[in-house]
Design a protein around this ligand. Structure first.
Ligand code: ADP
Length: 472
């Protein structure tokens, strides 16, 4: 695996380099290429040139390359987990879990590659036959964030390649090493030169502006914050470019009257702490029925107190470092703001010195509408709001511009589903602390995004529908 740009099957160096940091120690791990806009456009050119041949390959051939990528990634899980734990900071268990989740996108879309179905039917007037075809769009530009450096890359690369698109991947500057490993895997699995290109850069805005203005680019798939998503939507609008957007979240976690508190706490631990809380699906605010709020808060706090905070690379760690000192400070500033508003933040356990660590916190006396209920925290801080009834919980849950995921703990599944249907979010976990699955449609309502990744829908983000009117 190189540390340059991957363009047309060759690793290329650049004049400038980006330093990649280990947030657990504050040390530089490595450096990677820092692409200019022109260098990124060369990657677009390589993807454009490779497209006709790749679009023309048998779906079975694309499927087998993706299947080999799944097998390689699974066999090399430890290498991947090491890169993720080192450059992202997350705990070893989360890093290993991410590699397995990431590999599953290769497996799922290797199965989907051969299942792209069209449609054939007679027009109601019998004057023609309607044939509906789905064709690969062309060059797909893929922008990924730092929180799941492997899984966000495979969640885009796998369906794009299965559909017959060629790709330019731009990973986050904080976590480029994992993306280079993923691209190298695909190369070894047999992806032809130019089908997967990687552009690492510290100049995300400048590079993406140039790429999205290039008429050779056919679609954008972005995962990241809502503000950056809006900038990109304005740019894609200029070219009427299709785009898939997985943006921010502000996930409510409802514990309704009659719910099993122990199960709710177990679910809260996963929903809050998976990935150190740095997930757009992380439970952001807890609305707990007044009859359960004391018991829930006490037990949640006790469970958090048992969490070991430390370097992700140490297998004994439960909660690793945040991705950077900047990210850590953003989280701590939110806690300060909450305290200034009158909430009571209880620091549970201790963060070791030296790295970008944040000890878990339970925040009591939180009012709905206060800063922690409005802002995506992206860290191990759990604000708890007491609610008087189900209707109030639903109203507060929906009182946000976001709509990615919600969690509902109810007396039984039926009650949970009834509430889920009233929630304005693209996904709802009912009596569970985690929902994501490569075989399910991932995506949000409202300002959490456009389109769906994974499931049966994911491949269609990279396919254009063409209708043929046939005179027979
Ligand atoms: P996060 O909160 O995850 O850092 P960002 O939206 O800032 O969210 O980053 C997600 C991805 O978007 C990263 O790959 C980052 O480099 C990229 N990015 C950031 N700013 C821009 C921009 N102005 N144009 C295009 N991409 C950007």
């Amino acid at each position: 695996m190189g540390s340059g740009l991957l363009v047309g099957g060759e690793w290329q160096d650049t004049a400038d380099r980006i330093e990649v940091w280990n947030p657990a120690t504050g040390e530089v791990l490595s450096t990677v290429a820092d692409a200019s806009a022109d260098e990124a456009l060369a990657a677009v050119g390589a993807a454009y040139d490779a497209f006709p041949a790749w679009a023309g390959t048998a779906p079975r051939e694309r499927a087998e390359i993706l299947r080999r990528a799944y097998e390689l990634m699974t066999a090399e899980a430890e290498t991947g987990a090491r890169l993720i734990a080192l450059e992202n900071g997350k705990a070893w268990r989360d890093a290993v879990g991410e590699v397995s989740y990431a590999a599953e996108f290769f497996r799922w879309f290797s199965e989907e590659a051969c299942r792209i179905a069209g449609d054939f039917r007679y027009a109601p007037g019998r004057d023609k036959t309607i044939v509906v075809d789905h064709r690969p769009m062309g060059v797909a530009y893929l922008i990924t964030p730092w929180n799941f450096p492997a899984a966000m890359a495979t969640r885009k690369l796998a369906p794009a390649l299965a559909a017959g698109c060629t790709t330019v991947l731009k990973p986050a500057a904080e976590t480029p090493l994992t993306a280079l490993w993923v691209a190298d895997l695909l190369h070894r699995a047999g992806a032809p030169a130019g089908v997967v290109n990687v552009v690492t850069t510290a100049r995300a805005g400048e590079v993406s502006t140039a790429v999205l203005a290039d008429p050779r680019v056919a679609t954008l798939s972005f995962t990241g914050s809502t503000p950056v998503g809006k900038i990109l939507l304005a740019q894609t609008a200029k070219r009427v470019l299709p785009s898939s957007m997985e943006l921010g979240g502000n996930a409510p976690f409802l514990v309704l009257e009659g719910a099993d508190v122990s199960r709710a706490v177990a679910g809260a631990m996963v929903a809050k702490l998976r990935n150190g809380g740095s997930a757009c699906t992380a439970a952001n605010r807890f609305y707990v029925h007044e009859s359960l709020v004391e018991a829930f808060t006490e037990r949640f706090q006790a469970a958090l107190a048992a969490v070991r905070v430390g370097p992700g690379i140490d297998p004994a760690t439960d909660l690793g470092a945040m991705v950077s000192v900047k990210e850590r400070d953003k989280i701590l500033a939110l806690v300060d703001q909450a305290e200034a508003e009158g909430a009571e933040a209880v620091e549970v356990g201790a963060a070791p010195p030296g790295g970008a660590f944040v000890a878990p916190r339970v925040v009591r006396n939180v009012e709905h509408g206060s800063v922690l209920t409005r802002t995506e925290i992206f860290g191990p801080v759990a604000p708890i709001v007491s609610v008087t009834d189900e209707a109030e919980a639903i109203r507060m849950a929906n009182d946000t511009e976001y709509g990615l995921i919600s969690y509902v703990y109810a007396r039984d599944h039926g009650a949970g589903i009834r509430v889920a249907r009233q929630l304005e979010s693209g996904m709802v976990a009912v009596n569970r602390g985690v929902a994501s699955d490569p075989a399910a449609p991932f995506g949000g309502m409202k300002e959490s995004g456009l389109g769906r990744e994974g499931g049966f829908a994911g491949i269609h983000e990279f396919l254009e529908t063409q209708y043929l009117a046939v005179d027979l």
